[in-house]
Design a protein around this ligand. Structure first.
Ligand SMILES: NC(=O)c1ccc[n+]([C@@H]2O[C@H](COP(=O)([O-])OP(=O)(O)OC[C@H]3O[C@@H](n4cnc5c(N)ncnc54)[C@H](OP(=O)(O)O)[C@@H]3O)[C@@H](O)[C@H]2O)c1
Length: 360
């Protein structure tokens, strides 16, 4: 049956690899949005498989007729592992499922590894080889091998989309690639990490020291148990690197980024900034200097006349300077798995709309 607002019906068989916070939030979003997706876009996302774990055992659920999303979530929440999914649970590995499930699209949401991109890099390469489209929130494979993966995806005429990996709630990638199409990006600057922005905000407003502010972020579930990648500035660097390599035609490596985090920020530095009418923010910036592009992540004093001054708590912002549009600023006060899940859904809908390999 066709939607009254859409002239086609498209079912897309989907596989999720990594079933942590983001993927569970995605499944919840799918349950909530299902009628809207059909009505507005004529799309039905059929989740035929999911897999998690791998150290040492994989836990999977697979049904070629589609999994029951409510049952998948309640199995995970009540039993702890999706392999307990009634009749379709098992221990298929990620690679087996990618190669053999017959899915058309992979959602890759395993942990970020900025050193070698694994296991996500192998998952994405395997999926491209199998002719699947990919949506990922995982920064690791993109930091390590973005340009290689984009070329490989082009060769195989599949889509690789990753707006969820670059502060998806803003949304940097869709604006940078479509909204500002035709213009050359000269500079990207952003407050791209919720944990560091929250910590600096608590130090500024409540005069907490770094340790107490970080403990508060952990208590509220904003910071990871191990927040080092955030605090040392590498999460910001990774997001900016992916955006820069994608949108500014660059091929910069993480080792070439000048990264410093917030660990050295003391209550004294905060009050010095306050006396000048400024706040301290961790800012990532990518600038084109003639032919070279330099990326830097550092704490900056932000004055009140700068819109970044008002980006506090878990907010994020990005400013993109182009030759044709001048300065475009995006701001968001939302952060967390729910918004990452929404970004994954956005990419998936865009793939359904643009790919000729998905027949309507
Ligand atoms: N959380 C956010 O708000 C957010 C925002 C933007 C981007 N991201 C990125 O999105 C990705 C997922 O984040 P998350 O918060 O959902 O992480 P998470 O809660 O740690 O979940 C990761 C999942 O991947 C599974 N996994 C690990 N190795 C695997 C393998 N080889 N094959 C299959 N599954 C494997 C884990 O299983 P076990 O539990 O058994 O290890 C777990 O289910 C990460 O790359 C993260 O950086 C997250």
């Amino acid at each position: 049956m066709l939607s009254p607002y859409c002239e086609f019906y498209l079912e897309i068989r989907t596989l999720i690899v990594g079933f942590g916070r983001v993927s569970q939030a995605f499944v919840s979003t799918l349950i909530r949005q299902k009628p809207y997706l059909f009505r507005r876009y004529g799309i039905e996302i059929s989740l035929i498989g999911a897999v998690e774990g791998g150290k040492p055992t994989f836990h999977s659920a697979y049904s070629e007729d589609g999994l029951d999303l409510e049952l998948l979530l309640s199995t995970k929440r009540q039993q702890g592992r999706i392999s307990s999914y009634p009749r379709a649970g098992g221990h298929l590995s990620s690679r087996e499922l990618i190669r053999e499930s017959g899915a058309q699209l992979l959602i890759e949401a395993t942990p970020t590894n900025l050193t070698d991109g694994e296991p996500g890099l192998t998952h994405i390469r395997t999926a491209i080889s199998a002719g699947m489209h990919i949506v990922t929130s995982n920064k690791g494979p993109l930091v390590v091998s973005l340009n290689e993966l984009r070329r490989f995806a082009q060769q195989k005429t599949v889509e690789l989309m990753y707006s969820a990996a670059v502060a998806g709630e803003l949304p940097v990638m869709p604006i940078g690639s479509c909204g500002l199409a035709g213009s050359a990006i000269r500079r990207i600057e952003g407050i791209l990490n919720a944990t560091t922005n929250f910590v600096l905000t608590q130090m500024h407003k409540r005069e907490l020291d770094m340790m107490n502010a970080l403990d508060e972020a952990k208590r509220l579930g904003i910071a990871e148990r191990d927040p080092n990648l955030d605090i040392e500035g590498f999460d910001t660097a990774a997001k900016l690197l992916i955006a820069t390599n994608s949108l500014m035609e660059a091929n910069i490596k993480l080792s070439e980024v000048d990264v410093s985090g917030i660990r050295f920020v003391t209550p004294n530095l905060i009050s010095e900034a306050k006396q000048k009418g400024c706040v301290l923010k961790l800012v990532g910036s990518a600038h084109r200097h003639e032919t070279a592009i330099k990326i830097k992540v550092a704490v900056e004093e932000i004055p009140r006349i700068d819109p970044f001054y008002f980006v506090d708590e878990t907010g994020k912002a990005v400013r993109i300077h182009t030759d044709l549009f001048g300065e475009t600023t995006l701001m968001s006060s939302s952060s967390g798995p729910r918004f990452t899940a929404a970004s994954i859904l956005r990419d998936l809908i865009n793939i359904c709309g643009s790919s000729s390999s998905l027949s309507h």
